[in-house]
Design a protein around this ligand. Structure first.
Ligand code: URA
Length: 194
């Protein structure tokens, strides 16, 4: 049982700005804590910031972010500022490599704090890395997507889908699959009356 009071998203974000808990803090330009509504029912979770995100301090602002926004709007009727978008790690891994286990461990308290503060109805994980980490599984996204899973970190169910960057490379089939996965999310949100 934690004796610490729950921090708000802005308190957590403020603390993250000066975090030096792992080596990514030495190479980052900006901390990419997360963005969106503090009352969001849907949390979208990526892997880690890329170059553009590192420059601007905001998650998913490149081409893959545009595709993500388009799909969320078309399938769920939700704009970027009505959901909450963040990543497993809040600082860019150099050369966009996967975050290392010690970097994930160092950043986990921020993700846990975000999920606790938001208490979402559903979490969408984007791509292999975020999905495998959240579900603690070795199975890949192609096998896992299309279904709902319990989260290892909070009460909200997890709906895994392709990373929009993979969908941009992989063409129509992956985009169709992402739309199907978001249809699952729609059902969960509706069931919760959101
Ligand atoms: N890819 C991610 O996983 N996260 C971002 O914020 C941008 C690209």
């Amino acid at each position: 049982m934690s004796l610490l009071p729950q921090e708000t998203l802005s308190e957590l974000s403020e603390r993250a700005q000066t975090c030096t808990a792992c080596a990514l803090s030495q190479t980052r330009t900006k901390v990419v804590f997360g963005s969106g509504s503090p009352t969001a029912s849907l949390v979208v979770l990526g892997e880690g910031p890329g170059a553009k995100e590192d420059e601007q301090g905001l998650p998913f602002i490149g081409r893959s972010g545009n595709l993500l926004q388009e799909l969320l709007l078309e399938e769920l009727g939700l704009a970027r500022d009505e959901i909450y978008i963040t990543n497993m790690v809040k600082c860019r891994p150099p050369e966009n490599r996967n975050p290392a286990p010690e970097e994930l461990d160092a950043c986990r308290p921020f993700l846990l704090g975000q999920l606790k503060a938001l208490n979402p109805v559903v979490i969408v994980t984007l791509g292999n890395f975020a999905t495998k980490t959240m579900l603690d599984t070795k199975h890949g996204i192609t096998t896992l997507r299309g279904k709902t899973y319990p989260s290892t970190l909070c009460d909200a169910p997890v709906v895994p889908t392709f990373h929009p960057a993979a969908a941009l490379r992989g063409g129509r089939d992956k985009i169709v699959a992402m739309r199907e996965d978001l249809f699952l999310v729609k059902g969960l949100l509706e069931k919760a009356g959101r």
